[in-house]
Write a protein that binds this ligand. Structure first.
Ligand code: UDP
Ligand code: MG
Length: 316
């Protein structure tokens, strides 16, 4: 294994033909300036345009470009994962093709990595370039996922971060098919340092996300990292059944003791309805409890991620 690069930059691309020349024009000089060997792993995520052809042209000029060509569009998360699995560097950085992740930060990321950080996370200082609606929905999403899951995902961070080889090796131990990378990166842990930057608008082309995709993305995130939505039903059920019971007692009291009589049958009907609904929801919740455990087991994630095992006399 000679010629292993120090740095791998991984770029998922879907229909980015017009962006590629601008991208390499800015990225390659920066990578050369770092003075380290590097590779750029470009994942062609089922592009309909000439992305692949353009990449191949650039590969003739820069042999450091590796192209991972997917058979169809698998979506950004899967494409990025495929690229990360292929990357050989000691430090690995995912990057968006549209230059919204400024490559100028790579130098500083490498400095921090040299000083011992295992993850150097780039966080947006402001989200000015997003629409108000996107900012608001993103906020709600982070609020929800961080309160109902055990991981904490830093808001305003994307996939743009430097990761040490050990982090990528840990990543490979997660066999799940639904990949919510931001959550997975957060779940992995490791010594993380944060640098701030301002996210510029897209350089060329159009965003590949729409609200339908974002909604599914958010659902993937929540269901991959929390079973709260499955389990909440037992509690709602207990609440409803409890209320129904109280209401039933009130009705019985009113009829038998105070002698009130509404429409005949209404009170008993109402109580039975509420109570049985409560029971059904409790049942659903119990199923949810088991299902959530089956779900966790089938994901087959490792119990813990070990950074390194230190043995006596083997310190380096
Ligand atoms: N992308 C991809 N597959 C997809 C959608 C997007 O590989 O199905 C890539 C896209 O080419 C870009 C990156 O993911 O390099 C981020 O996409 P985009 O800039 O459209 O997302 P945004 O910045 O709007 O969140
Ligand atoms: Mg973008």
């Amino acid at each position: 294994m000679v010629n292993m690069p120090v740095l791998s930059v991984v770029i998922p691309m879907m229909n980015e033909e017009e962006g590629i020349p601008v991208l390499f024009g800015r990225l390659v000089p920066i990578l050369e300036q770092t003075g380290r060997s590097f590779e750029v792993v470009c994942v062609n995520d089922g592009s309909q345009d000439r992305t692949l052809a353009v990449l191949q042209e650039f590969q003739l000029r820069y042999p450091g470009i590796a192209i991972v060509d997917l058979s169809r569009n698998f979506g950004k998360e899967a494409a990025l994962t495929a690229g990360l699995m292929q990357a050989q560097g000691q430090a690995i950085i995912p990057l968006d093709a549209d230059l919204q992740d400024p490559p100028e930060l790579i130098g500083e990321m490498l400095d921090r990595w040299d000083k011992g950080a295992e993850v150097v996370l780039a966080v947006r200082a402001k989200r000015e370039t997003d629409t108000a609606l996107k900012r608001a929905t993103a906020n709600v999403f982070y609020r929800i996922i961080n309160s109902i899951s055990e991981i904490s995902i830093p808001p305003n961070a994307g996939d743009f971060r430097l990761m040490d080889r050990s982090v990528i090796e840990a990543l490979k131990q997660l066999p799940e098919r639904s990949r919510f990378n931001k959550g997975i990166f957060a779940w992995l842990g490791f010594r993380t340092e944060i640098i701030e930057y301002e996210r510029p608008p897209r350089e060329v082309g159009m965003t590949k996300w729409n609200y339908r995709k974002l909604w599914n993305f958010a659902l993937d995130g929540i269901t991959s990292f929390s079973s709260a939505p499955l389990r909440i039903w037992s509690y709602i059920g207990i609440l409803i059944a409890g209320c129904a019971m109280l209401y039933g007692l009130v009705v019985i009291f009113k009829v038998l003791v105070l002698g009130y009589r509404d429409v005949p049958g209404y009170a008993s009907l109402m109580t039975i309805l509420l109570f049985s609904n409560g029971i059904v929801l409790i049942g659903l919740g119990v199923i949810g409890e088991y299902l959530s455990r089956v779900f966790i087991e089938t994901k087959g994630r490792p119990l813990v991620i070990i950074r390194k095992v230190h043995k006596f006399g083997q310190n380096d």
